[in-house]
Design a protein around this ligand. Structure first.
Ligand SMILES: *Cc1c(COP(=O)(O)O)cnc(C)c1O
Length: 364
């Protein structure tokens, strides 16, 4: 049977890292610490309560959850100016960023990003019929702001995508660079929305601010966050953003009706009540990250400075071989980024000890 698959999708495979059953999983930047039993109980009770009303559609505007998220950011990002009108959420920040494309990109329009970066960005463009344009990052993976500002003036994108800390490099974007790019975007005739993807924000080093502080002066800025990483809730699928109410209202037009299930809303709200317990090991993960970077540099590797819960390191003549030999020893890492580099997520101290032992063995 012939299927009328769109020509540009022919021969493509679905995006995603291998999901393998191995002892040490360090490939998709999850939090290695499962929710503690007290939080599991709270989430189970919240789901039980939600189940009593599952014959009805959920609150389509999820005002309760958006209020809780605004309160969380007020504390986490010193952003007490946020109200529920500033918040949007969906099934992972992946869906939030897709909503941004559906509302602000599209045929004949350009989305601009900076390589190497998150490999989903070109897929959102493909799926929204947008032209995806990239500028190269500098050798240290920082953004060349002058080049970015010039490109924005010249290409007039309607969407600019900046991951900070960036995946797969870990690079944070300085606030004055984010502000300069938002100002350049504000000058684009017809408008341009700048998206700062802060999926890893809670892991940033001390003194590195969140772009959320730029929101009051920049109504064309949207900062996305997720509960998948620091909140240890990757399986819960809850991503969100903070932006001006005008941006949020535009996203409400393109979302599917009732896209956030009552169960998802209940789990996310219970998790926010227990944010402190769920993030209890974030400081530990940051310390383990800094320790891992130090160790890798001691071994002679180049390691990108990282504000996330992973590290990009290299160079390797044959990174595929190193990846396979690590996997044979029960340690799953990620082949991603420019040729010659590998990425490792930060796990527990025991997992990182196995990572170090395996890497030492396979490169002996
Ligand atoms: C992990 C990640 C996300 C989050 O994805 P979710 O859909 O929220 O699980 C978003 N952006 C980047 C750059 C990521 O690495």
């Amino acid at each position: 049977m012939e299927l009328p698959l769109r020509p540009e999708l022919r021969g493509l495979s679905p995006y995603g890292a291998p999901q393998l059953d191995v002892p040490v999983l360090l490939n998709v930047n999850e939090n290695p610490y499962a929710p503690p039993p007290s939080v599991v109980d709270a989430m189970a009770a919240a789901v039980r309560k939600a189940a009593e009303g599952l014959n009805r559609y959920p609150d389509r505007d999820f005002v309760g959850l958006r209020t809780d998220l605004a309160n969380y950011l007020a504390h986490e990002a010193h952003a007490d100016f946020l109200r529920h009108e500033n918040i949007w959420a969906a099934n992972g920040s992946n869906e939030v960023i897709l909503h941004l494309h559906q509302a602000f990109a599209g045929p004949g329009r350009v989305a601009l990003s900076f390589d190497p970066t998150y490999s989903m960005y070109p897929e959102y463009s493909r799926d929204s019929f947008t032209t995806y344009v990239t500028l190269p990052r500098r050798d240290d993976f920082a953004i060349d702001v002058e080049a970015a500002v010039a490109e924005i003036a010249e290409r007039r994108p309607t969407l600019v995508l900046l991951a900070s800390p960036n995946n797969p490099t870990g690079t944070a974007l300085p606030l004055y660079d984010a502000a300069a790019i938002a100002r350049a975007a504000a000058d684009v005739p017809g408008g341009c929305v700048v998206v700062i993807d802060e999926a890893y924000a809670e892991f940033r080093r001390r003194g590195v601010p969140s772009a959320i502080t730029l929101l009051p002066e920049n109504p064309n800025l949207a900062v996305t966050r997720t509960m998948s990483k620091a909140f240890a809730l990757a399986g819960g699928r809850l991503g969100y953003l903070a932006a001006s109410p005008a941006i949020v209202d535009a996203l409400r037009i393109v979302r599917l009706p009732y896209h956030l299930s009552a169960v998802t809303q209940a789990i996310a709200r219970a998790a926010l009540v227990h944010a402190r317990e769920l993030q209890a090991q974030v400081d530990e993960i940051r310390a383990e990250r800094d320790e891992t970077v130090r160790w890798l540099r001691d071994q002679g590797y180049t390691v990108a400075d990282t504000d996330a819960n992973f590290a990009l390191f290299g160079p390797f003549g044959d990174r595929e071989r190193v990846f396979r030999d690590m996997l044979e020893r029960g340690v799953l890492i990620r082949v991603v980024g420019p040729e010659g580099w590998l990425r490792v997520s930060i796990g527990t101290p025991q997992e990182m000890a196995r990572f170090r032992a395996a890497l030492t063995e396979v490169t002996a």
